[in-house]
Write a protein that binds this ligand. Structure first.
Ligand code: FES
Length: 286
């Protein structure tokens, strides 16, 4: 997917790393170390997406986003942060940013969020300020979970598991909330969430479809099954339908290679799936 991305960060190592990762994905990347420099680049040429740090000398990320939006009100922004204050983070989230990524982050997470940003730009989706309504509604129950586990050793994973069971996924606000309540850093909690595959930072549909793209399934055509689901449900990989009925994700080998290609819907494993019967399967789940 092509895209023109501007990365702003006063940390040169971070700047070069982001540039390298995005160049490798085929994006056209420009970089700036100062807010003023980035603003003049935005005045001279259009960009599809801006990735910006928050804590920077002279002009911080919040001011930069506000001034950049005066140049281009539709500008899509992703924030990469070190350890901002809760107030700063809250202000960034209120600026209709696409997402924020706590530093340090993995290249795969960075690519995933950038791709999401470019897709939003391409489809012209209007962003609302990031408020994790699902989490807000469940706050009392999550408080109880944290209270029950807080003084036990190794309690972070059970807290996250139970919170995910309540909300259905782990949205950014929930990760921040758990970190604050358990007196841990956001990046520590985020690191645990990204490490374990059973945690998800994305909302899931009422029915979650997992298509195996491991070698055995791939050679037997699982990519065509993915394409079938994408086109008929109108979502990308990792996406969720507007009615929240279905979500789609890929997995690498489910340990059932003899049944390749394999699709798992909720807890049911379906083997020898073809692009033809992939949609038929969904009729059992509505
Ligand atoms: S490669 Fe798909 S189940 Fe093993």
């Amino acid at each position: 997917m092509a895209g023109k991305v501007l990365v702003l960060d006063d940390d040169l190592i971070m700047l070069k790393s982001c540039e390298k990762i995005l160049n490798h994905q085929g994006y056209e990347v420009s970089t700036a170390s100062f807010g003023k420099e980035a603003l003049s680049m935005l005045e001279k040429a259009p960009f599809d997406l801006v990735v910006t740090d928050i804590v920077m000398p002279e002009m911080d990320g919040i001011e930069f986003i506000k001034r950049a939006r005066q140049i281009n009100p539709e500008l899509q922004v992703i924030v990469i942060t070190g350890h901002p204050s809760q107030d700063t983070l809250r202000e960034a989230l209120s600026l209709k940013i696409i997402d924020y990524i706590p530093k340090p982050f993995s290249p795969s997470l960075f690519i995933e969020v950038v791709e999401k940003g470019l897709e939003i730009k391409r489809k012209g989706i209007e962003l609302k300020p990031m408020i994790d309504t699902d989490f807000d509604l469940a706050k009392n129950r999550i408080d109880e979970v944290i209270k029950r586990h807080r003084h036990k050793r190794g309690s972070l994973i059970p807290v996250l598991q139970e919170s995910q069971d309540i909300v259905g996924y782990l949205p950014p606000a929930l990760i921040r909330y758990v970190a604050k309540k358990m007196r841990l850093s956001v990046s520590e909690v985020h690191g645990v969430v990204s490490f374990y595959s059973f945690f998800s930072m994305k909302p899931k549909g009422k029915h979650n479809i997992k298509v195996c793209l491991g070698t055995a399934c791939y050679v037997k055509g699982s990519e065509e099954i993915v394409n079938k689901y994408k086109s008929s449900l109108g979502i990308e990989m990792g996406g969720i339908t507007e009615d929240r009925m279905y979500s789609l994700e890929s997995v690498r080998c489910l340990g059932a290679c003899g049944l390749a290609p394999v699709v798992v819907i909720d807890k049911d494993t379906h083997g020898s799936v073809t692009p033809m019967n992939a949609l038929e399967l969904l009729k059992q789940y509505n």
